[in-house]
Write a protein that binds this ligand. Structure first.
Ligand code: XUL
Length: 515
């Protein structure tokens, strides 16, 4: 058996990808969209529930239902799950799942008589899970930083400044607002390790890739950092399992999945990681230097680095790579896919109309600019509110170009410290649109490499499962046949001066609101 399954539990959908590493072939790629299936039952929009004041949660039981639907869908499409040798996966980063002391027994005793979500309904001390879009923890960020001895102390320990969406501040908020439920919480999982736990039938560890998105992990030792745990919430170490190596099996698949979905009893589950760390692998960034752009619900720009970078600006994050050797430096935008969609909806366009607008408008938009803060922004840290400069709000096409150019200009402006000039590898739903990519290629003045799949996180997960199963095979040999560019978009030299001028104007506009 040479087949591996990668599962990506992302913000808006759950995707499964089956690869065969013998002939380097993708056999299946299927997604379950949360809004399509669960907007009625869980009330989600874009996969989450926005409660206002920066509070954004999603529902672990919804992910459980989606997981089963995914397996049903793969089987309906004719895929024999008994041929899968190993599974790994990824989850939207930073989200936390709060489990009570009955969870171990519920997971262990899963029975095929009932669907999973009914059996796990009593497993939570909190029915919803704060996700990466939650920005309601500013007070907790200040408190944790102060408790640790300041921002610099936290960076030197964890590699990261404190971020509202990171798990540490979210956990502290839960402890402060519902101490009784926090006390009853036996385990805190991340989205990634929660899905892996269900497959194995016991609560399993997070890997260092996702552990680094918690503000709780020592970035060098790749283990929990007791000084930060103590600064965050009491008794936290007991609720977190030790961080695991990526190639350490989490366990074999629980008999529930053998009986109900036809998996083989030999199928092993390997640690899941974050969606961005898995995309790093799925785009082939297993050697230092290469950089990538993910145009998903969030937009992220990241690079594989040899060392833990210390010179990064405050807004940058540093994660461990799931290869357990390298690191990844990353910036993350709140106003990515949802900002593009907001403009599309505001002007009552469909995606074809959105793309036509990009075709009809000139590079540089005649100097029109937008700061597309449809929601509070992370890079730079800015409050909600769309700002237009020389941009007529009544002209749909100009606003479409303005949102995409703003995203490209901002990602150029805020990654100059990366000193990275090679091609940009792209993934995420937005990367299926060549007109969007053209703007990124021109603004960054570097080629954009498109990949055969826009689901690099799921592909990276499947590749991770294979590597953990056969650790003797070098990463580069494993990933190369899966990641060769399917198209290359070269920058248009005639736009260079236009975008260089526009970048200065964008920088000034951004600076004018940050004071
Ligand atoms: C990264 C981040 C998002 C989520 C959702 O720091 O918050 O990219 O991982 O994809």
């Amino acid at each position: 058996m040479t087949r591996y399954l990668g599962i990506d539990a992302s913000t808006q959908s759950m995707t499964g990808m089956i690869i065969d590493v013998e002939d380097s072939h993708t056999l299946a790629e299927t997604s379950i969209n949360f809004d399509e299936h669960f907007s009625q039952t869980y009330g989600v929009t874009h996969g989450a529930m926005n409660y206002g004041n920066g509070v954004v949660h999603s529902f672990p039981l919804m992910w459980v239902e989606a997981l089963e639907m995914l397996f049903d869908s793969l089987r309906r499409d004719g895929h024999d799950l008994s041929t899968i040798r190993g599974i790994s996966g990824s989850g939207q980063q930073h989200g936390t799942v709060y489990l009570n002391d009955r969870t171990d027994i519920l997971l262990k005793n899963l029975s095929t008589n009932k669907p999973l979500h009914e059996q796990l309904a009593e497993a939570f001390t909190r029915p919803s899970a704060p996700v990466w879009m939650d920005s309601s923890t500013s007070d907790q960020c200040v408190e944790i930083e102060r408790n640790v001895g300041g921002a610099d102390a936290l960076v030197s320990l964890t590699g990261n400044r404190i971020f509202e969406r990171f798990s540490g501040p979210q956990i502290r908020k839960f402890f402060e607002t519902d101490p009784e439920a926090y006390e009853r919480t036996a385990h805190i999982s991340l989205v990634s390790s929660f899905i892996a736990s269900i497959l194995v039938g016991e609560v399993v560890s997070v890997d260092a890739g996702d552990g680094s998105g918690t503000n709780l992990m020592d970035i060098r030792s790749r283990q929990w950092c007791s000084a930060v745990l103590d600064a965050t919430a009491p008794g936290l170490l007991r609720k977190l399992l030790p961080i695991t190596r990526s190639d350490e099996p989490a366990g074999t698949i629980h008999p529930y999945f053998i009986d109900r979905h036809g998996f083989s009893g030999d199928c092993r589950v390997f640690p899941f990681s974050g969606d961005n760390p898995c995309s790093l692998i799925g785009l082939g960034l297993v050697e230092a230097g290469a950089a990538a752009l993910s145009l998903g619900t969030s937009d992220t720009l990241f690079a594989c680095t040899q060392d833990a970078i210390n010179a990064a600006p405050d807004e940058a994050c540093l994660f461990s790579s799931p290869d357990d050797q390298h690191y990844m430096a990353l910036i993350c935008y709140m106003n990515g896919g949802l900002a593009r969609e907001a403009v599309k909806d505001q002007y009552q366009l469909d995606w074809t109309g959105f793309t036509d607008s990009l075709v009809q408008t000139p590079p540089g938009n005649r100097g029109a600019l937008m700061l597309p803060y449809f929601d509070k922004e992370i890079v730079p840290h800015a409050r909600q509110g769309v700002i237009r400069s020389n941009l007529d709000a009544s002209i749909a096409s100009d606003n479409v170009r303005a949102v995409v150019e703003a995203q490209a200009l901002s990602s150029k402006l805020h990654t100059q410290w990366l000193e990275n000039s090679g091609p940009l590898h792209v993934t995420g739903g937005g990367s299926a649109n060549p007109e969007i990519l053209k703007i990124f290629a021109d603004v960054h003045n570097r080629p954009v490499h498109c990949h055969p799949t826009t689901n690099a996180a799921a592909l990276g997960s499947a590749l991770k499962a294979c590597h953990a199963d056969r650790p003797d095979r070098p990463w580069i040999d494993l990933v190369t046949p899966f990641v060769s560019a399917s198209a290359v978009i070269e920058p248009d030299p005639s736009t260079r001066a236009i975008y260089s001028e526009l970048l200065d104007a964008y920088q000034q506009l951004e600076a004018s609101i940050s004071s």
